[in-house]
Design a protein around this ligand. Structure first.
Ligand code: G3P
Ligand code: MG
Length: 346
C-alpha cells in the first residue's frame, strides 16, 4: 500500500510554509463554489501524497456580514470547517477604530447587517442611511424606504448629532442615495446634517473597506465594486465643491492588511497547530493583480521575501492581458496553485 495516500490521522502539519487565499474569483464566484476549490482544501487538509497538512487562512476584500456568519457559509461551500480565527474580510481591521470614533455612519450591505457588524466591533453609536432618510424623507428624492427598512431604521434627530466618521463596510445597494448622504456630511459643519460648511474641509473622514474598482462575480465580465464608488465620490465632491477629497481604503493591497494577516496566521498556527516559529513562505493565491498580487509583492519586500504571489485565471485576471503587477506564478485555478506551492516545497 505504498501508493495509498496517508489518512489524515497519519499526516503531520508542516511548519515550513502556509497558504493564504483570496475568496472571490479564487474559491467562490457569484455565490457558488469554484469546483477545484473543494479539492484544493482537501489537499491542504492532508489528502495528498506528501503526507502533510498545510496551515492556511482566508483574506478577502469582501464583507457585509459578520466574520462568523461568513465562515459558516464558507464552510458549507468548501465542505469543511472554516473558523473566524483564520478569516479576515475587508472591514475586519476597522474594528480597531471603534474607540476613536463615537458616532459613525455605516454604508453598504444588505438590510441591517452592517450596522450589526459595526456594533459587534464595539462602535458605540452606529447610524445608517436609512436612519437619516427616516428622519428627513426629503434627503433622497428618488429613494423611499421599504416597509422593512422603515421598521428597522432608528428615529433620531440629526440636527443635534455630530457624525464623527463614515465607514463604507460593503457595496452600496443604492449609489445615488448613499452618495447624496455621504456628500451632505462631507459638506457639513463637523458632520451635522442640515448644515453647510463655508470651507468644505471640516466634514468627517471617509473609510472604505477596500478599493477594488472591479471584482469577479457571476457575470462573465467583471462588475464594478467599492473602489468604483470611491472614484465616483471623489469626482463628485470635486465637481460640487471644487475641492479635493482625500479618503482612506483598507483591505488588500494595503500593507496594513497583510500585517494583520501575518498576525492572524501566526495566532492560527500557534493555537491550532502548536507552531511557534514563523513560516519560511506564505503562498498567497489571488485573482486581482491590483489587490492580491500588488499587495503580496509589496508586502514581500517588507517581510524578508516570505510572501509568494500566485495569480489564478478564474477571476478578474484574463488570459491574453498583461497583469499590471507581476505574480511569481500564474496558474489556471486554485487547485493548481496549491499543487504549485506543494511541489515547490517538496
Ligand atoms: O467585494 C468583494 C470583492 O471586491 C473582492 O473580494 O475575495 O476577491 O478579495 P476578494
Ligand atoms: Mg478576488
Amino acid at each position: 500500500a505504498a501508493n495509498t495516500p496517508p489518512t489524515p490521522e497519519e499526516t503531520v502539519v508542516t511548519d515550513k510554509y502556509a497558504f493564504a487565499f483570496d475568496i472571490d474569483g479564487v474559491l467562490i464566484r457569484g455565490g457558488k463554489v469554484i469546483p477545484e476549490a473543494v479539492e484544493a482544501m482537501r489537499m491542504l487538509n492532508g489528502q495528498n501524497s506528501y503526507g502533510i497538512k498545510i496551515p492556511y487562512i482566508f483574506v478577502t476584500n469582501g464583507g457585509g456580514k459578520t466574520e462568523q456568519e461568513r465562515c459558516i457559509q464558507l464552510s458549507q461551500q468548501l465542505e469543511m470547517e472554516v473558523s473566524p480565527g483564520q478569516f479576515i474580510c475587508g472591514h475586519t481591521p476597522m474594528r480597531e477604530m471603534a474607540q476613536k470614533y463615537h458616532t459613525v455612519l455605516v454604508v453598504g450591505g444588505e438590510g441591517e447587517k452592517c450596522r450589526l457588524v459595526a456594533e459587534g466591533y464595539g462602535f458605540k453609536d452606529v447610524v445608517t442611511p436609512g436612519d437619516i432618510i427616516k428622519d428627513n424623507i426629503d434627503t433622497t428624492p428618488f429613494r423611499k424606504l421599504t416597509e422593512e427598512e422603515y421598521k428597522n431604521s432608528r428615529v433620531r434627530n440629526f440636527g443635534e448629532i455630530e457624525i464623527d466618521a463614515i465607514f463604507v463596510f460593503a457595496d452600496s445597494r443604492d449609489w445615488a442615495s448613499d452618495q447624496q448622504i455621504i456628500l451632505d456630511l462631507l459638506m457639513s459643519k463637523k458632520g451635522r446634517l442640515g448644515t453647510r460648511s463655508e470651507t468644505f474641509d471640516e466634514g468627517p473622514p471617509v473609510f472604505f473597506s477596500h478599493n477594488d474598482v472591479v471584482w469577479s462575480t457571476s457575470h462573465d465580465l467583471t462588475r464594478i465594486g467599492m473602489g468604483a464608488l470611491r472614484v465616483s465620490l471623489e469626482a463628485m465632491f470635486k465637481a460640487v465643491t471644487g475641492k479635493e477629497l482625500v479618503t482612506t481604503a483598507f483591505g488588500k493591497p494595503q500593507v496594513g492588511t497583510f500585517e494583520f494577516a501575518t498576525r492572524l496566521l501566526q495566532q492560527w498556527r500557534k493555537h491550532t497547530h502548536g507552531i511557534d516559529s514563523p513560516p519560511d513562505t506564505v503562498y498567497f493565491v489571488g485573482d486581482t493583480p491590483e489587490s492580491d498580487i500588488r499587495g503580496t509583492n509589496e508586502f514581500n519586500e517588507k517581510a524578508e521575501n516570505t510572501w509568494y504571489s500566485i495569480l489564478v485565471r478564474t477571476g478578474v485576471f484574463r488570459e491574453g492581458t498583461v497583469p499590471k503587477f507581476t505574480p511569481k506564478a500564474t496558474v489556471d485555478n486554485v487547485l493548481d496553485a496549491v499543487k504549485h506551492g506543494m511541489e515547490r516545497e517538496a
